[in-house]
Design a binder for this molecule. Structure first.
Ligand code: ZN
Length: 181
């Protein structure tokens, strides 16, 4: 157990350093690492496998920092690096294509990657409620929530507790948006 804890904290430090200086898009401008810590906490609280928790901490490093898949493999092994790869969009593609691919590819992901991506969407829906990006109007927030729901439809069915948390968060987000404009 203690080796899991040490490994988890090593991944947290790695992610904090990789994302140093980056902030979330939301009005609160939280340090970016808060998001990946939240994703990992959601996974740990719902009994996700250790590799998914580690990948939860590291999932945005390849997409948003200079860290390479090879560096992740060296530091955390092929399984964790593979999960991060499954959760990473191809930034060479246009944004709308990437969003469509997330919907169409969701059901084809591994079980661990599905849990990771579902926890990521839960964290992002919470952020849309509590600290939306300043330049996102009501329509854009609605559109995001609907899209997250379409991605999640392909991710569910692996971890019932996580599925329930997504559904509750989704309902909260829709209700929140109906009350605020
Ligand atoms: Zn994320």
């Amino acid at each position: 157990m203690s080796s899991h804890l040490a490994e988890t904290l090593r991944a947290a430090v790695f992610a904090a350093r990789a994302h140093a200086g980056q902030t979330r898009k939301g009005a609160a401008a939280e340090p970016y690492v808060n998001h990946v810590l939240e994703v990992a906490e959601i996974l740990a609280a719902h009994g996700a496998p250790q590799a998914a928790i580690l990948a939860g901490l590291l999932h945005d490093t390849v997409e948003d920092t200079p860290i390479t898949p090879a560096e992740l493999t060296l530091a955390f092994g092929a399984e964790v690096a593979g999960l991060v790869a499954e959760a990473t969009d191809d930034k060479d593609l246009p944004k709308e294509t990437r969003k469509a691919l997330q919907v169409s590819q969701a059901a084809k992901k591994s079980d661990a990657a599905k849990q990771l991506k579902l926890a990521d969407k839960i964290s992002n829906l919470r952020a849309i409620m509590h600290s939306p990006p300043r330049n996102w109007d009501h329509a854009r927030r609605c559109e995001y929530i609907g899209w997250a729901g379409r991605v999640a439809a392909g991710l569910k069915g692996v971890n019932p507790g996580l599925d329930q948390l997504f559904d509750a968060t989704y309902r909260d987000a829709v209700a929140h948006l109906a009350q605020h404009d």
